[in-house]
Design a protein around this ligand. Structure first.
Ligand SMILES: Cc1ncc(C[n+]2csc(CCO)c2C)c(N)n1
Length: 223
């Protein structure tokens, strides 16, 4: 029997391929991505990252396994250091001020993605919530490894790519993959199925996060 994370990755593959081929990613690499779209992404991602850290803590509260608890509490205390530093830097470079952040409306896909993760924890289980967190690490690590080969001619895009290719981030990703595999060992087949669904749905929201930024999505039909 293959591991649950292998099954997850296989089932989500069409969504992952669509992320790798999304114009936001392609243009990030060529340097043609309009800065307005990257700024939009960063502002929406701020909301995502804050909730992502909060969720780590809330899941850790409910998990028994001490090693998993420790990993999640570390994630709750903030993002990994390089990601945090790089984001502060980006906001300064692009002059995204606290006032601009305050007046930013959270867009539908960012809201839906975060809501999905809370749903997995509070209506589902801590195991399902961990499965929902995994594409965040894993997809970005895969993207980092792919994009680093050619890099980007735009300095800030290159810095963004480098964050996700670092050895620390690869280690964290591998730890999270092992955690999900371990949590699945004691789950029955319904729960395992629900974990896979949670992972595939997060992969969908990851894909639509690029689309959201590329289209500068709003709460209206006209875009
Ligand atoms: C929509 C979205 N998905 C994933 C990440 C990447 N990411 C966010 S938190 C974290 C864990 C450790 O820092 C990682 C890898 C992102 N930035 N935005």
């Amino acid at each position: 029997m293959s591991t649950i994370t292998t099954q997850m990755r296989q089932q989500a593959d069409p969504l992952w391929q669509a992320s790798f081929n999304h114009p936001f990613i392609k243009e990030l690499a060529t340097g043609h991505l309009p800065m307005a779209e990257f700024r939009y992404y960063l502002k929406q991602d701020r909301f995502y990252l804050q909730n992502f850290a909060t969720l780590h803590g809330k899941i850790a509260d409910q998990i028994d396994d001490p090693a998993v608890k420790k990993f999640l509490y570390a994630g709750a205390s903030g993002l990994n250091d390089s990601e945090k530093e790089v984001r502060t830097d980006f906001f300064q470079q692009l002059q995204i001020t606290p006032a601009e952040i305050q007046t930013t409306q959270i867009a539908p896909n960012a809201y839906n993605y975060v809501s999905h993760m809370y749903h997995e924890l509070y209506v589902g289980s801590p195991r399902r919530a961990c499965a929902a967190l995994l594409p965040c690490y894993w997809l970005y690590n895969d993207l980092g490894k792919r994009l680093i080969k050619a890099g980007s001619p735009v300095k800030i895009y290159q810095a963004f790519i480098e964050t996700y290719d670092s050895p620390e981030f690869t280690t964290a990703t591998n730890q999270m993959i092992s955690i999900v595999d371990r949590l699945a060992e004691k789950a029955d087949s319904d729960e395992r199925g629900a974990m896979i669904t949670a992972f595939v749905r997060s992969s969908y929201y990851e894909l639509h996060f690029w689309e959201m930024a590329y289209r500068q999505q709003k709460w209206s039909l006209a875009n």
